[in-house]
Design a protein around this ligand. Structure first.
Ligand SMILES: [Zn+2]
Length: 377
């Protein structure tokens, strides 16, 4: 029987940074609550696993010892000016009591997810708290202190596996791309809002294709602000399935950030849960095993709805209208009566620009990465 694993710890919701910090520590709690209400947890084959914090030893496979030492100091909650140089003490990566503990537990959750995949019957693992794709070897950025996707991929490579890293978060998966930029055992594919209008700004352009042995193995599909389901779905289908077929990975690591949704206050893409779910559905339909990481999402209600829908898809559970009606918009900032979003209106001029940007990026990828990987058209 196929099995699935959700990695979750109630400890994650116990942390606090400052009032109004856009990163919700209660995100995985809220997600689990909604999944449970939809009958997606107490069912045959589903296991909820409690993680342990990652050891410093484990973190040192990507992060520098100096940075880890600094995080251990920051864990006390007192900011020191020297921490700025490592990205700590900003509005997005504040120094708060337990900041290292929290992020060690998130990283540990992902390593626990990798361990769960040792059971060949486990088909899907979801770690809602994880997906910190902006953390560098010695710095924090964009709410990310420790790069759990990199740590997971390193372990999987250590097992001799070829990894397809798919990042559908609204932000470019910059530090995962950078970590494997010269490596042809990992194909990183990131669909994101253009770095011209969104953090991390300097990276995520279509011409970043990898280098050395990894040339052609980094793929970026930057999308114009205002891109909605139609354009996104078209771009996704043009690029992602052919690359996967050519690369022939052993499994997929997917960063499924929900900040692509129109409701998200930090980004400018205009997807609905329908467009989001189409991407997740494709992941499921590949038939490959998947390690899914929650990623970003800055409107709690929209984020947990998206993750709940994703978890249903990964478990092959069709959600009926009846199931949707169980949800009554109980989470902060979200008053929707159903799990799915309403349609989003996109002005014609915005649509046209979105099509142009997407078409030209797809053309570039066909001319470069498709050739390198031997994609047959
Ligand atoms: Zn994001």
């Amino acid at each position: 029987m196929s099995k699935s694993v959700l990695v979750y710890s109630e400890k994650l919701a116990r942390f606090q940074a400052y009032d109004g910090y856009p990163w919700y520590f209660e995100r995985s709690d809220a997600a689990l609550k909604l999944m449970r209400r939809q009958g997606l947890i107490e069912r045959p084959g589903v296991t909820v696993v409690e993680p342990e914090a990652a050891s410093v030893e484990a973190l040192a496979s990507f992060h520098t010892r100096e940075y880890l030492d600094l995080l251990a100091v920051a864990n006390g909650g007192t900011f020191e000016e020297r921490m700025f140089a490592n990205g700590l003490g900003t509005a997005e990566c504040p120094v708060f009591p337990g900041c290292f503990d929290y992020h060690r537990l998130v990283a540990g959750s992902v390593l626990c997810g990798v361990e769960a995949l040792a059971d060949p019957d486990v088909w899907a693992v979801f770690v809602p708290s994880a997906g910190m794709h902006h953390a560098g070897p010695d710095f924090a950025a964009g709410f990310c202190y420790l790069n759990d996707p990199v740590l997971a991929i390193q372990r999987l490579l250590g097992q001799g596996l070829r990894v397809f890293y798919l990042d559908i978060d609204a932000h470019h998966g910059d530090r995962v791309q950078a970590a494997f930029y010269g490596d042809d055992r990992v194909l990183t594919v990131s669909l994101h809002e253009s770095p011209e209008t969104l953090f991390p700004f300097h990276t995520g352009f279509v011409h970043e294709i990898g280098e050395g042995a990894g040339a052609g193995y980094s793929v970026n599909l930057p999308l114009a602000a205002g891109t909605g389901d139609d354009v996104y779905g078209w771009g996704f289908r043009q690029v992602v399935p052919p690359l996967l077929d050519a690369f022939k990975p052993d499994l997929i690591v997917a960063e499924i950030g929900a900040d692509v949704l129109a409701a998200d206050p930090q980004t400018h893409l205009l997807l609905t849960t329908h467009g989001y779910c189409d991407a997740v559905q494709w992941v499921r339909q590949t038939g490959l095993r998947v390690l899914a990481l929650g990623g970003g999402g800055y409107l709690l209600g929209a984020t947990v709805r998206a993750w709940t829908l994703a978890w249903a898809i990964l478990n092959d559970v069709p959600l009926t209208d009846d199931a949707e009606l169980l949800f009554s918009g109980v989470f902060r900032g979200d008053g929707l009566p159903s799990l799915h979003d309403r349609p989003v209106y996109i002005p014609e001029g915005t649509q046209t620009q979105a099509w142009e940007a997407c078409r030209s990026a797809v053309e570039y990828i066909r001319a470069h990465q498709f050739k390198t990987l031997g994609v047959r058209l």
